[in-house]
Design a protein around this ligand. Structure first.
Ligand SMILES: [Ca+2]
Ligand SMILES: [Ca+2]
Length: 235
């Protein structure tokens, strides 16, 4: 009579363990479709026998950031890091890697990808952060792009004084006061959507408002580059 409940308890515990392991895999690794059935030739990998994707994942910790698993041969490959270039074809391989902060929810528009980062940084530090993910501080070239950014990236940004929650663009007039350029492409800013009282650096004797931020309503402002603001990366 007691055997069935005990079995049930063990079965429940076993299922719970599998659920925890699955959650661990989902949380720590994400499947990389671009690597499926590829062999990353340039990387020296260690190969092990593993009974499952999960046991392969456990071999990847703590020093590797990427692993591949081939179910048919139960082979697990563990890498220090993944690279997508220089690959040859193999069959039956599925690869996973540790997500980085660059794997966030980039939104696509007109052939580019955008993300709003709500860490408050100066414009130079925001530029560096975008670069880490192969992107640049956003450059807004026309009204449609500005409208899309307002409606998709800034729609949930709100504060009572909009000057307190603006986001850096990649614009500046550091070299020549009043001549705004996009910092990444080094091209003059042609389309603008200035807030009615901005840019207002011209009214001050000391010209320190040299970087361009965008309010949640899509209008632009000039302000000191060391102000700490959200920022939008584009790639
Ligand atoms: Ca200025
Ligand atoms: Ca201003």
């Amino acid at each position: 009579m007691m055997a069935i409940p005990v079995c049930l308890i063990f079965w429940c515990l076993w299922m719970k363990l599998i659920a925890i392991k699955s959650e661990m895999l989902t949380r720590n690794f994400s499947q990389q479709p671009s690597y499926t059935d590829k062999w990353p030739k340039v990387i020296i990998a260690e190969e092990y026998r593993a009974e499952s994707t999960l046991s392969c994942a456990s071999m990847c910790r703590p020093y590797c950031s990427c692993f591949g698993y081939q179910h048919s041969t139960k082979t697990c490959r563990v890498f220090d890091f993944c690279r997508s270039q220089d690959t040859g074809n193999e069959t039956g391989w599925v690869y996973y890697k540790t997500p980085t902060e660059c794997d966030g929810n980039w939104m696509a528009y007109n052939g580019h990808y955008y993300i709003l980062n709500q860490t408050k940084l100066s414009q130079p530090d925001a530029i560096s952060e975008c670069k880490k993910c192969g992107s640049f501080l956003v450059e807004i070239n026309d009204e449609d792009e500005n409208k899309w950014i307002e409606e998709h990236l800034l729609k949930d940004v709100y504060c009572t004084d909009k000057y307190d929650c603006s986001s850096w663009t990649g614009g500046n007039d550091i070299d020549t006061e009043g001549q705004f350029v996009w910092g990444h492409s080094k091209t003059p800013i042609t389309y603008t959507n200035w807030e009615p009282y901005n840019p207002d650096d011209i009214y001050y004797q000391i010209k320190i408002r040299d970087c361009v931020d965008i309010f949640y309503d899509g209008q632009w402002n000039d302000r000191p580059c060391d102000f700490l603001a959200n920022f939008i990366c584009e790639k």
